[in-house]
Design a protein around this ligand. Sequence first.
Ligand code: MG
Length: 375
Amino acid sequence: MKNIVLLGSTGSIGRQTLEVVRDHADELKVSALCAGSSVEAIEEQIREFKPLLAVLYNEKAAAELKERVKDTGVKVLGGMEGLIEAASMPQADVVLTAVVGMIGIRPTIAAINAGHDIALANKETLVCAGHIIMPLAKEKKVSILPVDSEHSAIFQSLNGEPKESIAKIWLTCSGGPFRGYTKEQLKEVSVEDALKHPNWNMGNKITIDSASMVNKGLEIMEASWLFGVGYKDINVLVHPQSIIHSMVEYVDGAVMAELGMPDMKLPIQYALFYPDRKFSPAKKADFYEIGKLTFEKADTETFRGLALALRAAECGGSMPTVFNAANEKAVALCLDKKISFYEIPDIIERSMDRHKVIAEPTVEQILDAEREAYE
Ligand code: MG
């Protein structure tokens, strides 16, 4: 039996993780459920999965939850202390971090310090604090198992090969709903258009990030930390069918890829059972039906978010945090219809221009850089 602590249980990845747990009820058990403020959603999950501990980051919501689940005997906590207690609980085998944003950093550090493996779905953790997380994981002999579909594909394609034999990584992306658009066309798109992702079923924030290609930029930084490959050796490859989830090219020219249907439950399940493979009831790829796979170069002139991400990555230190925080704020404004989709990169660029880079920021300095960018 594998005990899972789930950070971000009511979001898209969290709910899909619980579907995987349902499919493998005799092998997976949820020890803790943690979410932001969704009282009703987490109550339902508590009654079904009967964890030892439940946490809501919002203290007021946590107090309400405590009242509502009194009859279950489940311990309820609130705030960052609650998240940290869940992440470091001794019963856990693996901590799956699917919270959105930088609130994932401290609980992830706590989980590593407690010696738990990390199934990582929170990009910000590595984008902002990769220089803290990766050496700490190595020191504590903890595995960081990627849940992001591209990184899971790279991880699966690397299986056992030494780092020295990697020539480059081909990081695939669908191109999103605006693939092939010109700048002029992109100026006219609405939030609703941006929320229509052709292939993947994801939360709103990441769906917007996919449409702007900011997500791919964050994934380049994430891949660089996870696999120790420089940015210049990571090629973004637009692949509209989303069947190839990423590839590794080796020094001898051989290319390994992981292919399958675009379904997040596959990388989630792989991370939870690693190194074993288990049956999945999900739909399988039918190559007769798929017919063809096509590839294009990414357009960084039109999709400026990707170009800015590369600039942030090259600059390093606290700059990726500013890139990420400015994007978070800009996406929230876009979802509220306060700015247009096209203006997202403008806000990111202005925040980056203003920032004075700190080379090796501490967690405190990362959170300061976040606040500064928000303002
Ligand atoms: Mg991804």
